[in-house]
Structures are given as structure tokens and as C-alpha cells.
Design a protein around this ligand. Sequence first.
Ligand SMILES: *[C@@H]1O[C@H](CO)[C@@H](O)[C@H](O)[C@H]1NC(C)=O
Ligand SMILES: *[C@@H]1O[C@H](CO)[C@@H](O)[C@H](O)[C@H]1NC(C)=O
Ligand SMILES: *[C@@H]1O[C@H](CO)[C@@H](O)[C@H](O)[C@H]1NC(C)=O
Length: 402
Amino acid sequence: MKISTILLSLAIATLVFADEDSTTSVFEVPLIHNPAYRGDFQAQMQKMRYRYGSPETIAAATKGVGLVPVTDPSFDSEYYGPVKIGTPGQTFNMNFDTGSADIWLASSTCPTAACKSHRGFNSSSSATFTLDPAERRFQLVYGDGSYASGHIGTDMVNVGGIQIRQTIGLATNESSEFGVSKMDGMFGLSFSSFESVPGVQTFMTNAIAEKAVALPVVSAYLPSLRRSGGKGGHYLFGAIDSTKFQGDLTYVPVTVKGYWQVAVQDVLVSGQSLDSSYQGIIDTGTTLVILDNMTAAAVHSKIDGANFDAQKKGWTVPCSLSKATTGSVGFKLAGRVFEVPMADIVWEPVEKGKGKPGEEICYSGVQSMGLPVWVLGDVFIKNNYCVFDQSDVPSVGIAPLK
Ligand SMILES: *[C@@H]1O[C@H](CO)[C@@H](O)[C@H](O)[C@H]1NC(C)=O
Ligand SMILES: *[C@@H]1O[C@H](CO)[C@@H](O)[C@H](O)[C@H]1NC(C)=O
Ligand SMILES: *[C@@H]1O[C@H](CO)[C@@H](O)[C@H](O)[C@H]1NC(C)=O
């Protein structure tokens, strides 16, 4: 993986971030207990099942739950799963991205080499497709300079059985970066305010409004290859799979709706606090963890053999750390520390095949960039189950994977 592709999902330039105050604000959600409440027993039981059942059973047996298996084809650097678009459904491998809002993929008419390297959507063979009446266009430029543009339209979008009519972007131009990816398109899971075409609502906003999902959540289970043994993970729309994590979820309030932005209260290396806090986003579409340079330097100063490679402009660690059985980098969110084991801080070799056996140097999974937020990407998520909860008071429910 190239360091330059890390930020594929970060369209940062045009976005607004938290003001200084919100880093210190505390959210308190009062629990209002109504003693006269009787409720609907069956509905309550059903809700409990959505929350605590196993995904295979609930997805098969109940409305409003969609299970999308994802594969992990390139060593935890991107995860993708199938989505059906149109009537009859055409199936595409989509990258589910909590760092952006749009759903887009190549149009089958797109002439660029990147488009032709994967499947495109043929709107003329879908009975339900309608082009945007105003013929609006979309254009996306990502943090690494890659881009996609084209027209928009609506069609039926089916995610693990949850099907709604949804606005999608059909790219007629994609930059070369998308040619190397194994995915056919992006499936945005951030908030509607990030849609590139103003007024368009995200899939989840629409699915919630149409009561197509049992709970207003998307749960990400993205275990590392090391953990899953190649079996992949899943996204669960409308439910939570408590068999995949330890203990209870900690609900971390979203501080600014746009990204899934939260307050990171501290960073710890093997339990030692760095006394460092900042706003961070939980981003399934970014591979690594990205901090500011000072904090990244502090993290690596506590790891034996770690360095900043000025030539490659990246933080490095000894590859042998991948065998470490102790140590971790932890992130404190809503008072609880969520860890990434040291073995998962090791990324790919800086120069493949070079270096004496046992002395090879690898990129670190924690890098730095001058971004207005920290980014907790897949390095974090592949160790911690994340529930992106779009209730009226949005939050991310997090618990360590089993
Ligand atoms: C798209 O579908 C139409 C109608 O089924 C077909 O005639 C056309 O060849 C298809 N185009 C591509 C690029 O596959
Ligand atoms: C795609 O966009 C780039 C950059 O704007 C432009 O140079 C190129 O000509 C476009 N290609 C097509 C096929 O429209
Ligand atoms: C980040 O920190 C390293 C190590 O202290 C330093 O060599 C490097 O120049 C810094 N990079 C930036 C962009 O400040």
C-alpha cells in the first residue's frame, strides 16, 4: 500500500470541523424512565433480538436487517462487500466508507482505463433507473488527488436484503488510482451533510426514514486477516452482533455530524498515557491510524527501533514487532481505552525483500499528517467492533473484538 493512498476517503479540503470548544464539551443523555410504560412486548423482544441475536439468524428471519459479508483481499488495506443495484439487480463489490457520504460506481459507458478495470453499472438494462431530472452531476476529489465524476440518478439499491430507492453517482471519468483497487465503487456511510450533491440524502438517512432498518445502525465487523484467518468480516445494517465483541459497547457521542467525529481523550502506549487529546474520526475507508506529527513522534518514541524515515516520509517499526505478544497502542474514548495490539501496528515492509532476516523495517500502522482531525482507520477498527448509530443523538458504540 502506498502512503499516498491512505487518505483515499478523506475529502478534507472543503469540510468544516469542530470548533475549539467542542473538544471539551461533555454530552450527557438523561435516561427518562416512564413507570407507566407497558409497551409492546413482542416489539420489545424483537428489538432485543436485533440487538443481541446472531446476524445469520436475524438477517434470515427478520425484516430490516441486512448482512453484507466483506472480504479482505489485500492484507487489511481495504474491505469490500456485494451490493445489488437496479432491476434485475447487477452486483458490485463496494467499499463501505464511513468517511464519505456518496454511493458511486463506474457507468458501463465510462471510457477511462480505471473504469474499465472493474464492473460498471449499465443503466439501460435496469427497468427502475431514472436519470436525475435536473441532470445534475457529481464530482469528488479525495485527499490524495484521486477523483471521480459523472451524472447522478436513482435506482433500487439492495444491501443484504434491505432495498430502497436511492440516488447514486455513475462515474464517466475515474482517475487511475481507482484502477489498482479491487472495488467497483464506494458506499458512503457518513452523514448526509457530506453528500457531494446538495440535498441528496444518504442510504442510511433514507433507510431510517422509510423504516427499512430495524435499528438506525450500521455495525462494522472487520477483523484482521490474522484474526479471521481469511474468512473476512461483515457489515450489519439495522442490527448489532454481540457475538463478535467482548463485554458491552461503550457509546461515544458524535461531536460533529459529518464524519463520525468523536473526542479522543488520550493515547496510551502499552498503558502509558501520552496526555494527548484531539478530535478524531472513525473511518472504515482509511487503512491506517493518522495522528498529528507530535503525537505520532511520542507514540514511536515508546516503541523500540521505531523511526521516522525522512526520505519515505513515513514512520517505521521493526517488522519483527509483528510477532509481539505484549504491548499495545490504546485510544481513550468516552472514558474507556480501546487497544490495538503492538503486532497490528506493523504494516508492510518499506522495501520488500531487503534487509537481513529478522532486521527488516516495516511501515508503522500509525502515521502522521497535517490534518485537522486524527483518523482512526482500519488498524483501529480491525481490533474493535464499531456500531455507527444514527439515532437522534448519534454515537459510535465500540467494544473490543472477541
Ligand atoms: C447495456 O444494456 C443494454 C440493454 O440490455 C445493451 O444493449 C448494452 O449492450 C449494454 N451495454 C454494455 C456496455 O454492456
Ligand atoms: C477526466 O478528467 C480529467 C481531469 O479533469 C481530464 O483531464 C480528462 O480528460 C477526463 N477524461 C475524460 C474521458 O473525460
Ligand atoms: C515529524 O517528526 C519527525 C521526527 O521528529 C521529523 O523528522 C519530521 O520532519 C516531522 N515532520 C513534519 C512534517 O513536521
